[in-house]
Design a protein. Structure first.
Length: 178
């Protein structure tokens, strides 16, 4: 059964063995494969993939404005309407308090900029939040569920991906202790 989860390209190809050629050519299957390829290109150990967003303020912002600049960067792909995303904010605040040199960046995907702004205020988020990112960053990173939190090393290498809560805090502690 083909489900949009976190399958790798080889797992998808394995699932597709014995299926008719026309099925492999469907938009849905091709989309799962592209998502898996993008997830692989942005997996732990790989360098970051840059993207550019025009915010609701009309400002052009790139991921490379933050990542690969010599600091650890925690990027939270989230949305205002996402309950699990909102529940993760106190954990991100605690991590940010503990590691003063860590850069935290929010990237609001699949969200209306005005809703993002309200959530930033309600949740008292003090770090930069790129609003109006929509689908592109999620596509580039093969993200199909949020929150998706990625820890980047000082050189822009992905150190952890998709961790939350205590696991995320421990991964940040371990990376920064090195």
């Amino acid at each position: 059964e083909l489900v949009g989860g976190c399958e790798t390209v080889s797992e998808i190809n394995e699932m597709l063995q014995g299926t008719p050629e026309w099925f492999k050519e469907t938009k849905a299957v091709k989309s799962f494969i592209t998502e898996a390829e993008n997830r692989d290109k942005t997996s732990v150990g790989k360098k970051f993939v840059d993207f550019e967003v025009t915010t609701s303020e009309g400002k052009t912002v790139k991921l490379s404005d933050y990542v690969g600049k010599g600091k650890y960067v925690l990027v939270d792909f989230w949305a205002s309407w996402c309950g699990p995303c909102r529940r993760e904010i106190p954990n991100l605040k605690a991590i940010s308090q503990k590691h003063k040199d860590l850069v935290v960046l929010g990237v609001a995907v699949w969200d209306k900029p005005e809703d993002t702004k309200v959530a930033v205020e309600q949740l008292e988020i003090k770090w930069d939040v790129i609003d109006n990112a929509q689908q592109e960053p999620a596509k580039l990173y093969g993200i199909n569920g949020i929150p998706c939190i990625i820890l980047f090393g000082p050189d822009g290498t992905i150190l952890s991906r998709n961790l939350q809560g205590e696991e995320l805090a421990a991964a940040v502690d371990k990376a920064i202790a090195k």
